[in-house]
Every structure is written in C-alpha cells, then in structure tokens.
Design a binder for this molecule. Structure first.
Ligand code: HPA
Length: 274
C-alpha cells in the first residue's frame, strides 16, 4: 500500500495535471522580492496554493502564493510565486513539498533564487551569485523520518548538489549579457533574525559567501529526487560592513527589486538554452 506521503503527492499532482496537462521542463522557485519573472512569461494557467490538495496552508497574513504555468524562453515552466519558509513555522517537509510535487509532475530541472546577505570578499549589494555549494545551518534536515524509496535513497550523496553544466551555462550567458556573476557558497539559516556581527564573521570563516533563510531544504529534497539544480543568490545586504548600519527587510526587498532584471534575464536565457 502506498504511504500517506505518496498518496498525497499523487493526489496533488493529479489535481494539477487535470488543470494543466502539458509536459513541463523546469520548475522555478522565486525568492523574496524576486517574483517578477512571470512578466516575461506567456502565462497559460495559474493555480492558487490554497486550492491545491495537500499543499501547505498559508499561516502568514497577506501571503499570496500561486503556481504560474506557461512559456518562458519558449519552454514550458512552472513558476512558484511565493515559497514556504521554515521561519514561518512550516516543517521542513512542508517547505520542500512543492519540490516533490514538481518531481511527480515529471519536472527534472529546478531553478531557485533567493535574497541573501553577502559575506564573500569584495561582494557588493546587487551582485548575483551562482550557488556552487551550500552549508546547512538548518537544524532539521527535511529527509528526517521514514525514507520513501520511490522518491530516493536513504542516504543521499551531497557532493554535487548544484548541477555543474548549469553553472557553466550561466557563466556563459552572464558574459553574453554583459554582467558579472559571482560564484560561491550559500549558507542556509533558519532566520527570522538577521545575523549578529559575530555570526556573519563565523559564516565567512567557515567558507560561506552568502547567507539566507531558504533554498537548502528545497535543494536537499531535489537532490534526493535526482533533479538537476541551479540556484542564484541576489546579494541584498552586506553582513560584514564597515559602518554600523542595521539590516531591514525593506532594504532587502528594495535591493532584490533593483537586481531582479538581471536575474530574470539569466533565468530566461538558461531555460531557453535547455
Ligand atoms: N541574512 C539572512 N538572510 C538574509 C539576509 C541576511 O543578511 N539577507 C537576505 N536574506
């Protein structure tokens, strides 16, 4: 008999397929302040999260999440406008449920973006960083619990979570579009506090270049499922800085908005090149 998780995933995927039956090449999860990619899409369908069976229920007021289906760079994509964060109170399994749904829909490429604090040498606000590896400070791994062999192995390898050919392609596209792309290690933390000065220094000392409150749990689930992952951080603030400024969510959103056109162009060209 199928487990409850498999049953739920099957029902979620069947519901989505009944509304949008087309083959989708790529799933895209957009970070805070980075939701405008859909303006570049030929939108064919939208599905509000609250109407999707077994989808996490929003606990945050004013949270408007939806799946957007359509063409980007000529290819069919599923864009998640609004993701679930651990700091909102979702379990790691809920945070990553949409990735499993994508896999059930036959999607094998996962692109993610996020807003992140920069600690890497020479990083500036507005930089785009290709994530080449990550460090998880999430205390709870989303794969804790019974393993579902249909979804992946008990002890997944994590030596190459980010698909190298995607990184190479992104660098080529960055050169063609004429903008610099950094490459670095993303450190995933729970939030919702931004880091103390000592924590930012710790993250830099252990090899992190950027720090943020998402992505890692989704990537773990995607790697478990054998998906090819590409992820980009937009540097919205600097953790290690000379002045004594504070970091606010508003500043993060404003910086993300400024950098968004570059990210949108990169994702569009990446999808087109698939
Ligand atoms: N720290 C953690 N998460 C973030 C940051 C940060 O500095 N900026 C944007 N998301």
């Amino acid at each position: 008999m199928a487990s409850q998780l498999m049953q739920q995933l099957t029902e979620t995927a069947e519901h989505i397929r009944s509304i949008y039956p087309h083959t989708i090449t790529t799933g895209i999860i957009l970070g805070s302040g980075l939701g405008n990619l859909s303006s570049e899409m030929e939108i064919e369908q939208e599905i509000a999260y609250e109407t999707i069976p077994h989808f996490p229920v929003s606990t945050v007021e004013g949270h408007q999440g939806k799946m957007i289906f359509g063409r980007l760079g000529g290819k069919r994509v599923l864009v998640m406008a609004g993701r679930f964060h651990f700091y909102e109170g979702y379990t790691p399994q809920q945070v990553s449920y949409p990735v499993r749904v994508m896999k059930m829909l036959g999607i094998n490429n996962l692109f993610l973006s996020n807003a992140a604090g920069g600690v890497g040498e020479g990083f500036k606000v507005g930089d785009l960083m290709i994530i080449k590896d990550h460090i998880s400070f999430f205390t709870v791994n989303p794969l804790i619990g019974a393993n579902e062999p249909e979804l992946g192995v008990r002890f997944p390898d994590m030596s190459e979570p980010y698909y190298k050919p995607f990184m190479a392609k992104a660098k080529q596209i960055g050169r063609e579009l004429g903008f610099d792309l950094r490459e670095g290690v993303y450190t995933g933390v729970t939030g919702p506090t931004f880091e103390t000065h000592a924590e930012y220094r710790l993250i830099k000392n252990i090899g992190g270049d950027a720090v943020g409150m998402s992505t890692v749990q989704e990537v773990i689930i995607a790697v478990h499922a054998g998906m090819k992952v590409f992820a980009v951080s937009v540097i919205t603030d600097l953790g290690i800085r000379e002045d004594d400024s504070i970091i606010t969510h508003e500043e993060v959103l404003a910086a993300a908005k400024d950098a968004e056109p570059k990210l949108t162009a990169l994702f569009r060209e990446m999808v087109a090149a698939l």
